[in-house]
Design a protein around this ligand. Structure first.
Ligand code: SAM
Length: 315
């Protein structure tokens, strides 16, 4: 069955397609899944229709992300408090169908948000995966807005209070890192991890190929975009980061699954490193862009798979 999906990005809902993959066939799961923080329509993964949340905020006009941020969630309403659990249920829905597709002892990297990654971890544990670590992807810089309390008070005409609160701000510290949850599928009862490496060729790290400035890497990974790297997806990840994680945990010709491809970064990284990939993307614009990206990199073994019908063009 994998043949139909191999080295293709399929346009469609991964929840429908993942069950069609062969059992015990995936060497690495690497995916930047929707974070459940309402970054865009595809990231609204709850049933909360509280208009304070999904209403269009004037503060977000002209911005690329968080167009529907509305007011901050204050937790006063039960439907606000349910958002996290509904996101967890959504993760569980597809993670349970990923489980049988992974080889025993294989590794999984799941990108998430600092605020919601614990939901991903809960969902994956409920699906029987083991959590190994939470890596930190450290970005070169971070957009940051933290409103000055004194300015808000001045607008209210409270001059004395504004002076008292001079230097204080509302909000968070600059969000410079994002978590990557690292899981493993358990291996055979009675065997050791080394037996499993020999049998399934997964579960180890290629440190020799992944030294950073000549030394062993830590679990804080610092990667940014190349100056010539085109960016079309508001959640796009640096190609070099995806390449690094693939190189760290797979050998050539092994198969990488990313059910949430976006602009196709995981597919491109796999292709450049001579790994096979299987990918899905729901949004037609991102899907088309991902094909352009793959086309642009002169490969001979990647295909598009649009609406179940293989277009049959090789590039
Ligand atoms: C965080 S983005 C991935 C961005 C990607 N890492 C990149 O570098 O471009 C997640 C993507 O998942 C897609 N998506 C959401 N739900 C999906 C589903 N059920 N099946 C397939 N794709 C889905 C969204 O359209 C979005 O493009």
């Amino acid at each position: 069955m994998n043949k139909e999906y191999l080295n293709r990005i399929t346009l469609g809902d991964c929840v429908q397609h993942i069950p069609n993959l062969d059992d015990n066939s995936i060497d690495l799961f690497l995916s930047d899944i929707p974070y459940g923080i309402c970054l865009d329509d595809w990231d609204v993964l709850h049933n909360n229709t509280n208009s304070a949340l999904l209403g269009a905020s004037p503060a977000q006009q002209g911005k690329t992300g968080f167009k529907k941020r509305g007011k901050p969630i204050n937790g006063w309403v039960q439907s606000d408090r349910n958002i996290g659990l509904e996101y967890q249920d959504w993760c569980k829905e597809w993670a349970k169908s990923v489980y049988p597709k992974m080889k025993e002892g294989s590794l999984l990297f799941v990108f998430g948000a600092r605020r919601t990654i614990h939901r991903v971890v809960n969902a994956f544990e409920e699906c029987n995966f083991l959590i190994k670590d939470i890596l930190s992807w450290k970005k070169p810089s971070a957009h940051h807005r933290a409103q000055r309390v004194s300015i808000v008070l001045e607008r209210r005409g409270l001059t004395k209070e504004a002076e008292e609160w001079e230097g204080w701000r509302l909000g968070n510290l600059a969000p410079i890192w994002e978590p990557i949850a690292w899981f493993m599928k358990p291996y055979k009862i009675g065997g050791t991890i080394t037996d499993n490496i020999l049998e399934n060729k997964v579960g180890a790290m290629n440190i020799k190929e992944c030294l950073i400035n000549g030394i062993s890497p830590t679990n804080i990974l610092e990667f940014g975009f190349e100056s010539n790297e085109e960016r079309v997806h508001e959640a796009q990840k640096p190609l070099s980061l995806m390449e690094y994680l693939i190189k760290l945990t797979t050998k050539e010709k092994q198969t990488v699954l990313d059910p949430f491809m976006g602009s196709g970064t995981t597919a491109l990284a796999s292709k450049l490193l001579d790994r096979n990939f299987i990918g899905f993307e729901l949004n037609e614009d991102y899907y088309n862009y991902s094909l352009k990206r793959l086309n642009g990199s002169n490969n001979t073994h990647c295909q598009a798979n649009k609406k179940e019908e293989i277009q049959g063009f090789l590039f």
